[in-house]
Write a protein that binds this ligand. Structure first.
Ligand code: NAG
Ligand code: NAG
Ligand code: NAG
Ligand code: NAG
Ligand code: NAG
Ligand code: NAG
Ligand code: NAG
Ligand code: NAG
Length: 480
């Protein structure tokens, strides 16, 4: 049998090979394919049975549902029955268990490799365990006809609680910024964290947010109309073009931060983290309580106010030619640019990444700069791409590079505007993120590139006229 083959034994005992060679790729498409096959092989399986099985296989603590949800002896409600029977069937299949366990079981190796995570098509990385746990809570709540206040946050809360205790003495910067890099975007196998593991990795938080959004949704739907693989497909695998045609972006992974923000706040999350610790011996301990409060205070701005930023390694950045000079934040300015060339907005990770690499190449080779000039670049795929970032001096706005960040929209915005969503990414989210994390001064000023450098029309007539309506915009450059 080929090395990558995934064998599934059907309930009638027949072996079926569902994939070969590529099956160990850690991407969302493969995970959803496996879920679809499980559904096909177990016709009539309830979504709760399926999710419970996956969680058991992945070695998550099996009893958490009962711990958190209280009694589930509501057998009158048969919407989501059939779980125990199916669970036994799936559990006895050694090879299938092995494959799924490898894909779902979350841990971090000594080499800082994060396992149990998959790459989604939009370029973000998601841990499957908190996602599945969130789905299970939602379906269980549905079955029990019981939706305790904020129950959908329990999955995320559980991971935050664990890390808070584990990394009690970490500084805020050690506690966060745990994104990482895949060995390959087209054939992802190994995900390596960019720093020491801390509060909770980005992938765990993404999985927890998705689990909360989807779990809350599942807690109130008609279970017999739920098809798990269909739900996951529509949540994770839609392109931006497809999303343009739906007005409801509520169940779309790409918009997870915006949607998650609508269903939580600090006090609720803090309450749930404390609840997740209830079985912990340190319950009621004041030290633990203040630890939780502090942790959530650090968590909220980082994830609730910051947009997801696609790190350099994801778009395939070359190294800077020399080490870049550090900035001294908080800075007082934000300069708005458009790229003009590339002139077309980019609509997916592949296209935006290609544009980023082309710009970096031009800036390094054509202009002789050390690196791509911009601090950040706004794609038209719902994401912001990291250029020189928050901590390095950029090359974007002549004479002002040490006092401000330069952010460019990909495209030519002389005659039209970026989408409303993309503009909000910048002037609501990135800006708030900068302020609340101490990179931008609270009273910072927004200026168009043309206000500082007289010879340019950048950021284009349309976009420039738009930013004159933004909060923090000033019509004169204080330096002139
Ligand atoms: C869900 O839909 C897929 C097709 O998208 C199908 O293969 C699968 O059997 C369905 N699952 C259930 C439980 O009906
Ligand atoms: C889970 O529950 C079973 C009984 O329902 C119990 O025997 C087992 O010890 C529990 N496991 C954990 C990890 O609490
Ligand atoms: C439980 O599973 C059996 C066998 O797969 C199926 O015939 C039955 O309809 C299922 N019951 C429910 C409530 O889904
Ligand atoms: C599981 O896979 C191994 C090889 O990896 C094979 O030897 C074994 O027969 C398989 N077991 C089943 C039950 O298919
Ligand atoms: C749930 O959906 C099924 C299948 O569409 C339908 O037969 C049933 O009446 C629905 N139940 C409720 C409570 O709406
Ligand atoms: C937090 O959210 C909960 C539940 O939605 C709500 O009851 C509470 O009032 C909110 N608290 C704040 C401070 O917004
Ligand atoms: C940008 O758009 C304007 C207006 O459509 C056009 O005049 C200009 O040539 C474009 N710039 C480039 C580099 O294509
Ligand atoms: C912004 O605030 C800083 C202190 O935080 C102050 O020094 C500076 O003058 C203020 N700038 C403007 C433009 O108000």
């Amino acid at each position: 049998m080929s090395p990558g083959a995934l064998w599934i034994i059907t309930m009638s005992g027949i072996c079926v090979v569902i994939q070969s060679s590529e099956v160990h790729l850690r991407n969302m498409e493969h995970f959803i394919t496996a879920v679809t096959h499980l559904e096909d092989l177990n016709p009539g399986i309830s979504p709760l049975a399926l999710v419970t099985s996956l969680n058991k296989i992945a070695d998550r603590s099996v009893n958490v549902t009962l711990d958190f949800m209280g009694s589930s002896n509501n057998d009158d409600d048969i919407h989501c029955r059939n779980d125990s029977f199916i669970t036994e069937q799936l559990n006895t299949n050694h090879n299938l268990s092995h494959f799924l366990k490898k894909l779902i079981h979350h841990f971090i190796t000594d080499d800082h490799e994060e396992r149990g995570v998959v790459l989604t098509p939009d370029g973000t990385t998601v841990a499957l365990a908190p996602l599945l746990l969130g789905l299970q809570y939602g379906l269980q709540a549905n079955k029990d006809s019981n939706q305790p206040h904020g129950f959908y946050l329990l999955s995320l809360a559980k991971y935050l609680a664990t890390s808070l205790l584990q990394f009690e003495n970490a500084t805020p910067s050690e506690r966060f910024s745990l994104d990482g890099c895949w060995d390959s975007v087209s054939a992802p196998m190994v995900f390596t964290l960019s720093g020491m593991p801390s509060l909770a990795t980005d992938a765990l938080v993404h999985g927890g947010m998705d689990g909360a959004i989807l779990g809350k949704h599942l807690s109130v739907v008609n279970c017999s109309e739920v098809n798990l693989s269909t739900l996951l497909k529509s949540y994770y695998l839609r392109t931006v073009e497809e999303l343009d045609h739906v007005s409801d972006t509520h169940l779309r992974g790409r918009y997870r931060r915006k949607n998650f923000k609508k269903i939580t706040n600090s006090s609720l999350l803090q309450e749930k983290v404390a609840e997740a610790l209830h079985s912990h011996p340190q319950k009621g301990n004041l030290v633990v309580e203040s630890l939780i409060e502090k942790g959530i205070k650090e968590f909220m701005p980082r994830y609730m106010e910051c947009p997801a930023i696609i790190p350099r390694c994801m778009w395939g950045a070359a190294l800077p030619r020399v080490p870049l000079s550090p900035l001294s934040p908080p800075l007082p300015f934000l300069y708005i640019h458009h790229t003009e060339i590339p002139s077309k907005p980019c609509r997916n990770l592949q296209m935006c990444s290609k544009n980023m690499r082309a710009m970096q190449h031009f800036h390094q080779k054509g202009r002789g700069w050390f690196d791509i000039g911009y601090s950040f670049v706004v794609g038209s795929d719902g994401y912001i791409y990291e250029g020189r970032g928050w901590t390095s001096v950029g090359a974007h706005t002549k004479g002002r590079n040490t006092v401000g960040y330069g952010v460019a929209f990909i495209g030519n915005y002389t005659a039209h505007l970026p989408s409303q969503y993309d503009m909000e990414l910048l002037h609501h989210h990135l800006v708030k993120c900068g302020v609340s994390n101490g990179f931008l001064q609270k009273n910072f000023t927004i200026l168009g590139h043309r206000q500082v450098v007289a010879t340019t029309k950048c950021p284009g007539d349309s976009l420039y006229s738009e930013i004159t309506t933004w909060e923090h915009y000033k019509d004169t450059d204080p330096f002139r």
